[in-house]
Design a protein around this ligand. Sequence first.
Ligand code: 13P
Length: 252
Amino acid sequence: MTAPKALVAGNWKMNGLTASIDQINRLNDLISQNGANCDVLICPPYTLINAFSKLATDHLSIGAQDCHFNISGAHTGDISAAMIKDLDARYVIVGHSERRADHAEDNETVKAKAEAAQSIGLNAIICVGETEKQRDAGQALEVVTSQVKASIPDQSVVENTLIAYEPVWAIGTGRTPTESDVEEIHNAIRQVLNGRFGENASQIKILYGGSVKASNAHALMSVPNVNGALVGGASLKADDFYGIISAYDQIG
Ligand code: 13P
């Protein structure tokens, strides 16, 4: 079976104001003028989803960075998957390491959030990744595979499940794992997915994230079982982000 169509996703984190819509217009211009050999996703803060969704195209989807594990209810300040879907967003990131660290989200919470997202018709991008201490202790494979196993909801299907491998120590640091380290982890994630979903598991996208930029995108995205990128800082400016998207011009 051929590899799934790649996805280059931008996670804007807590960045972006109403004026940032200029970046989406610019991104759409760049894609319509020069093309994109992959799907493209922007996950802005909640405050911008409505405005950005109106600019979604066949090439550009909009998503959210988190959701509550309940669909509605007395949860002051939280946002549900139903609310995200209501704004025509298609994806939600769950279990980002910043949420795991800042909000003490464990695998069980992440799984419940992914379940809420998928139950309402959103695609869940489930994030996993080891800390530097865990990598130094030789535990990266074990940590990541156990996060994958424990964070995927029981009723997930191939079509609504994506995994993002983001080594915590590579996020926002300018450091990246070697290509062979990325390959080792992505292969291990694929094995877990094979065990869980059978032969169609090859269609689940496994994204790499952590200091992806235009200059390293081609090398990282060419690694077997890397089906796209989850990009933080370099997704905020359309021209920088398009530099990553265009890495796929040279990748089959
Ligand atoms: P950076 O690309 O800024 O390292 O962030 C990666 C990330 O956390 C994306 O979710």
